[in-house]
Design a protein around this ligand. Structure first.
Ligand code: ADP
Ligand code: MG
Length: 703
């Protein structure tokens, strides 16, 4: 039998087909169930009135009372609007209607006190409320409205159609009336409700829509947040379980270690850090056990992830397999190639580099070498994904800076062998732990939380454009000491032309301040031909140029240990994680390094916080936490590409870390005890998971 919850909202009294259409397209509200699950995002105490004189735009929704001073109609036709001024003895505010003008004119009476409820907006420092909820104070107090009311999410179109909070509340009341005593079937097992003291669904809906007090609201919100996060975690736990059970991995045996041992003994110029040792043992545990490795390595810039990649690839080679390393840019791939060759120069290992600019002839010979097994390690860019690139026996794929690759691209690597190769993805964009649990919840995660010894913390300073000469002074000092410097300009798609102009102007003024023959400045940007880019990079890498002016193409992975200054122009235009990445290009040798953030004289509050955080912290994880709080999870690099539909209504990945942990440990606990969700008490979970898997997040997508 169909539940009344599935009834179309147009059949709710007061809704009708026209409003229903708008609610469907604007807010995705189709059924009564959707209405119940459409929660207020804050609550207002209706027994309190603000004084108009103390209103601030940031207050958003407020309740005030006062008398209408003056009423005027402006414009004509469909541009017509009506404006009223409300006065309460402390100040005035404008009320505006774009529709229902006739009704407003008839309804509003002079010398009458009204209760007004709505969202404040500010235009040219004049405060106003459009389409407020309005009621005569006498009637309002007669109704004895008490307690709290919810403020519902809305959109411009919804507001303009005069669908306000009052209408939402009426809709919810009508929904409850329709439901009557019909049972609202529970979506969580009773044992979970009991264990965490969660209210049941009916109660949750009642409280959230018709709250009596805020303590109850928190309790009900907790249930909703917990449930949202729990389903995410349960689906990850389940997929991970299925993966472990059904996807077998190549076994890399310790007793086969030959190259690896030789490399450790004879070719490794330094000792591994404690963190590197730990991560290697985590990798070893995966590949030794016949488990298919699907592991994320998180490590701050400069923590030595390349070495982890190298050691893991040697393991694959020792066990008769080939390995590949994919990087997001040509420069980075090139550099990996050079450093692997340097590390492995005296070992019988053939490494090839394949990028978009590899010539046809060489490309053909690489394809052949991969197929006949004479090439052991392939380093490359996206070019590596092409179908024509086939291996003899690929055992391990390493993906560097994985967030730069799309989901589909990563998935293609999995298919490069009939038996899925082990996957190691590396990222230097630290993700807060709680976010990682959600984004990469079905991957195993290793963290390199230690830098190689002897690094001096980078000194970061924030300079305004008016202090440009100080920046030049620091450059001169450092160059006199034999060091090199990067100067980076933002490049943002929409204003590409202007950005290139900035870069060109910057280059011109730098070469003027640092003229030949004493100084040499070179330039790298995305519009250059690959050969020119490489030539320019080489000039810098070999120390023939002291200054490199660049766009963010140098952001990831570039390694020139002699560079000690990173100047970031228009730093306020970069996100925190990008700034931190850029800063990571210096401080790679033993010398004191500097990061100079150049910012315009006008800065937004958020921009200021961002840049000041950079000055105060060198810790990528700490900065990631700050970034998450400043921008919210949707904007964190990596979330868009992760394939995870973050459509959480109440749970907030930035703020609800504790609930994420609770939900995660419960979900993984359940799957550990009942891997296929076969126990009768878990039948709700099995069917819930099936329903939700329509969203199709697969573990492949997220790796
Ligand atoms: P990232 O994690 O940013 O990719 P890299 O792998 O490029 O870092 O390493 C940064 C630098 O540190 C490289 O020059 C590398 O050779 C060096 N390095 C890596 N591991 C160690 C170690 N254990 N001791 C000393 N130097 C190391
Ligand atoms: Mg790297």
């Amino acid at each position: 039998m169909a539940s009344v919850l599935d009834l179309d909202i147009q059949f709710l009294p007061g809704v009708g087909p026209k409003r229903a259409d708008l609610l469907k397209t604007e807010l995705n509200l189709y059924t009564i169930r959707d209405v119940l699950n459409f929660f207020p995002f804050r609550y207002i105490d209706r027994s309190k009135f603000y004084a108009i004189g103390e209103l601030q735009p940031a207050m958003a929704s407020v309740q005030i009372k006062g008398k209408i001073m003056n009423l005027q109609t402006e414009g004509s036709g469909h541009k017509q609007r009506i404006k009223a001024t409300l006065f309460d003895g402390t100040g005035m505010i404008q009320l505006v209607w774009f529709t229902n003008i006739k009704w407003v004119k008839e309804f509003l009476k002079p010398d009458t006190e009204y209760v007004i409820f709505g969202r404040i907006s500010e235009f040219k420092s004049q405060l106003s409320i459009s389409h407020p909820e309005i009621e005569e104070f006498q009637k309002f107090s007669a109704k004895n409205i008490q307690g709290f009311v919810g403020v519902y999410p809305s959109t411009e179109k919804i507001r303009n159609a005069n669908i306000n909070g009052k209408i939402f509340r009426a809709m919810v009341e009508a929904a409850f009336e329709k439901i009557g005593t019909e049972i609202i079937s529970e979506s969580l097992p009773a044992s979970i409700l009991e264990e965490f003291g969660l209210p049941n669904l009916r109660e949750t809906y009642k409280i959230l829509h018709m709250p009596s007090d805020l303590t109850a609201v928190s309790r009900a919100q907790f249930r909703v947040k917990f449930e949202e996060l729990f389903w995410l975690q349960l689906s990850m736990a389940y997929k991970k379980q299925v993966h472990t059970q059904y996807v077998k991995g190549f076994v890399f045996r310790r007793e086969n270690d030959k190259l690896l041992r030789l490399f450790y003994k004879q070719h490794l110029p330094f000792a591994l850090t404690g963190a590197q040792v730990r991560v290697m043992s985590e990798i070893r545990a995966d590949v030794e056990a016949g488990k298919h490795m699907n592991r994320l390595i998180q490590g701050d810039v400069g923590s030595g992830k390349t070495l982890i990649a190298l050691l893991s690839m040697l393991m694959a080679l020792d066990n008769g397999h080939q390995a590949c390393l994919m990087a997001p840019t040509e420069i980075l791939a090139q550099q990996h190639y050079v450093s692997l060759q340097k590390f492995l120069s005296n070992l019988p290992i053939t490494i090839a580099l394949l990028t978009g600019s590899t010539r046809k002839k060489e490309r053909d010979s690489i394809h052949a070498g991969l197929l006949n097994g004479s090439i052991h390690i392939l380093v490359g860019t996206h070019a590596l994904l092409e179908d024509i690139v086939q291996f003899d026996n690929l055992g391990l794929c390493v993906i560097d800076e994985q967030h730069r690759f799309g989901v589909a691209q990563r998935a293609r690597l999995w298919k490069k062998n009939s038996q899925t190769p082990h996957i190691l993805v590396m990222t230097a964009t630290p993700i807060p732990r709680t976010l990682a649990m959600t984004l990469y919840g079905d991957l195993d995660v290793s963290v390199i939380d230690e830098l190689p010894p002897g690094r001096k913390p980078i000194q970061t300073m924030l300079l305004r454009d008016s202090h440009r000469l100080r920046m030049h002074g620091i450059l001169r000092e450092q160059i006199a000491l034999g060091r090199q410097a990067y100067i980076v300009y933002p490049l943002i798609q929409e204003s590409e032309k202007l950005d290139y102009k900035d870069l060109e102007d910057g280059y011109a003024s730098i070469t003027q301040a640092f003229p030949l023959p004493k100084y040499a400045t070179t330039v790298v940007h995305g519009k250059m031909k690959p050969q020119d880019k490489e030539y320019s990079m080489q000039l810098f890498a070999q120390g023939k140029a002291q200054i490199l002016v660049a766009t963010t193409v140098i952001e990831v992975g570039v390694d020139v240990p002699n560079a000690t200054v990173m100047v970031i122009e228009s730093a306020e235009r970069f996100g925190l994680s990008q700034l931190h990445q850029l800063r990571g290009r210096v401080g790679r040798g033993g010398e004191q390094s500097y990061c100079i953030l150049m910012a315009g004289n006008k800065l937004s509050a958020e921009g200021k916080t961002r840049l000041e955080s950079m000055v105060q912290s060198n810790d990528g994880f700490e900065l990631a936490e700050i970034d998450l709080k400043l921008r919210g999870p949707g904007d964190i690099e990596g979330t868009q590409q992760s394939g995870l539909p973050i459509s959480l209504k109440l749970a907030n990945l930035a703020k609800d870390g504790k609930i994420i942990q609770l939900a995660r440990s419960k979900a993984f606990d359940i799957i550990a005890k009942d891997p296929a969700l076969e126990l009768p008490q878990h039948s709700i979970l099995a069917s819930g998971l099936k329903e939700r898997s329509v969203q199709k997040i697969s573990w492949r997508d997220i790796s």
